[in-house]
Design a protein around this ligand. Structure first.
Ligand SMILES: Nc1ncnc2c1ncn2[C@@H]1O[C@H](COP(=O)(O)OP(=O)(O)OP(=O)(O)O)[C@@H](O)[C@H]1O
Ligand SMILES: [Mg+2]
Length: 96
Protein backbone atom coordinates (compact mmCIF):
# COMPACT_ATOMS: atom_id res chain seq x y z
CA UNK A 1 0.00 0.00 0.00
CA UNK A 2 1.41 3.47 -0.87
CA UNK A 3 2.30 5.95 1.87
CA UNK A 4 -0.70 7.91 3.17
CA UNK A 5 -1.21 11.42 1.77
CA UNK A 6 -1.75 12.86 5.25
CA UNK A 7 -0.40 11.63 8.57
CA UNK A 8 -1.40 13.43 11.77
CA UNK A 9 0.36 12.11 14.86
CA UNK A 10 -0.43 12.91 18.50
CA UNK A 11 -1.49 16.47 17.62
CA UNK A 12 -2.02 18.84 20.54
CA UNK A 13 -2.90 22.54 20.43
CA UNK A 14 -3.31 24.55 23.59
CA UNK A 15 -4.39 28.19 23.64
CA UNK A 16 -3.23 30.26 26.56
CA UNK A 17 -5.91 32.77 27.50
CA UNK A 18 -6.42 34.89 30.57
CA UNK A 19 -7.98 31.95 32.43
CA UNK A 20 -7.21 28.27 32.23
CA UNK A 21 -5.48 27.05 29.04
CA UNK A 22 -7.81 25.73 26.34
CA UNK A 23 -6.81 22.37 24.91
CA UNK A 24 -8.31 22.84 21.45
CA UNK A 25 -6.82 19.64 19.98
CA UNK A 26 -6.18 16.80 22.39
CA UNK A 27 -3.82 14.08 21.14
CA UNK A 28 -5.32 13.65 17.66
CA UNK A 29 -3.95 11.01 15.31
CA UNK A 30 -5.24 9.91 11.91
CA UNK A 31 -4.04 9.18 8.41
CA UNK A 32 -5.64 9.67 5.02
CA UNK A 33 -4.85 7.44 2.07
CA UNK A 34 -4.19 8.97 -1.33
CA UNK A 35 -7.30 9.14 -3.49
CA UNK A 36 -9.69 8.73 -0.57
CA UNK A 37 -12.34 11.12 0.73
CA UNK A 38 -11.96 11.93 4.42
CA UNK A 39 -14.38 13.86 6.62
CA UNK A 40 -13.26 15.59 9.81
CA UNK A 41 -16.42 15.69 11.92
CA UNK A 42 -17.07 16.85 15.46
CA UNK A 43 -19.26 19.10 17.57
CA UNK A 44 -18.73 22.86 17.83
CA UNK A 45 -15.41 23.56 19.50
CA UNK A 46 -14.03 20.07 18.88
CA UNK A 47 -10.93 21.50 17.21
CA UNK A 48 -11.65 20.92 13.50
CA UNK A 49 -10.68 24.41 12.34
CA UNK A 50 -7.62 24.44 14.59
CA UNK A 51 -6.52 21.11 13.10
CA UNK A 52 -6.99 22.40 9.54
CA UNK A 53 -5.13 25.61 10.38
CA UNK A 54 -2.18 23.53 11.58
CA UNK A 55 -2.37 21.28 8.51
CA UNK A 56 -2.20 24.35 6.26
CA UNK A 57 0.64 25.93 8.30
CA UNK A 58 -1.56 28.82 9.49
CA UNK A 59 -0.98 27.74 13.10
CA UNK A 60 1.74 25.90 14.96
CA UNK A 61 0.94 22.85 17.06
CA UNK A 62 1.82 22.75 20.73
CA UNK A 63 3.11 19.23 20.10
CA UNK A 64 2.67 16.42 17.63
CA UNK A 65 3.24 16.42 13.89
CA UNK A 66 1.43 16.77 10.58
CA UNK A 67 2.81 15.39 7.35
CA UNK A 68 1.20 16.18 3.99
CA UNK A 69 2.63 14.42 0.94
CA UNK A 70 5.78 13.76 2.91
CA UNK A 71 6.27 17.37 4.02
CA UNK A 72 6.27 18.24 7.70
CA UNK A 73 3.55 20.90 8.04
CA UNK A 74 4.02 21.42 11.76
CA UNK A 75 7.30 23.32 11.39
CA UNK A 76 7.63 27.00 10.45
CA UNK A 77 7.21 27.72 6.77
CA UNK A 78 10.19 28.70 4.69
CA UNK A 79 10.29 32.37 3.67
CA UNK A 80 9.24 31.59 0.09
CA UNK A 81 6.34 29.37 1.18
CA UNK A 82 5.15 32.01 3.63
CA UNK A 83 5.24 34.66 0.92
CA UNK A 84 3.30 32.46 -1.47
CA UNK A 85 0.68 31.59 1.14
CA UNK A 86 0.07 35.26 1.88
CA UNK A 87 -1.24 35.99 -1.61
CA UNK A 88 -4.94 36.80 -1.63
CA UNK A 89 -5.72 33.77 -3.81
CA UNK A 90 -4.13 31.37 -1.34
CA UNK A 91 -5.68 33.17 1.61
CA UNK A 92 -9.13 32.46 0.17
CA UNK A 93 -8.24 28.83 -0.46
CA UNK A 94 -7.00 28.17 3.05
CA UNK A 95 -9.77 29.85 5.05
CA UNK A 96 -11.95 27.45 7.03
N1 LIG B 1 -7.21 31.70 18.65
C1 LIG B 1 -7.82 31.09 19.68
N2 LIG B 1 -7.61 31.50 20.95
C2 LIG B 1 -8.18 30.87 22.00
N3 LIG B 1 -9.00 29.80 21.87
C3 LIG B 1 -9.27 29.37 20.62
C4 LIG B 1 -8.69 29.99 19.46
N4 LIG B 1 -9.13 29.31 18.35
C5 LIG B 1 -9.93 28.35 18.81
N5 LIG B 1 -10.03 28.37 20.15
C6 LIG B 1 -10.78 27.44 21.00
O1 LIG B 1 -10.35 26.15 20.67
C7 LIG B 1 -11.45 25.22 20.70
C8 LIG B 1 -11.56 24.56 19.33
O2 LIG B 1 -11.97 25.54 18.40
P1 LIG B 1 -12.13 25.23 16.85
O3 LIG B 1 -12.53 26.51 16.22
O4 LIG B 1 -10.91 24.56 16.33
O5 LIG B 1 -13.34 24.18 16.85
P2 LIG B 1 -14.25 23.69 15.64
O6 LIG B 1 -14.35 22.20 15.76
O7 LIG B 1 -13.74 24.24 14.36
O8 LIG B 1 -15.66 24.35 16.02
P3 LIG B 1 -16.88 24.78 15.06
O9 LIG B 1 -17.62 23.52 14.69
O10 LIG B 1 -17.70 25.67 15.93
O11 LIG B 1 -16.32 25.50 13.87
C9 LIG B 1 -12.66 26.05 21.10
O12 LIG B 1 -12.82 25.91 22.51
C10 LIG B 1 -12.27 27.46 20.73
O13 LIG B 1 -12.94 28.41 21.54
MG1 LIG C 1 -14.61 25.45 12.80
Amino acid sequence: MPAPAIVVTSLVKTFQGRGAPIRAVDDLSFSVQRGSIFGLLGPNGAGKTTTLRIMTTLARPTSGSVEVLGYDRSRPRSRSAATSASSSRNRQRTSC
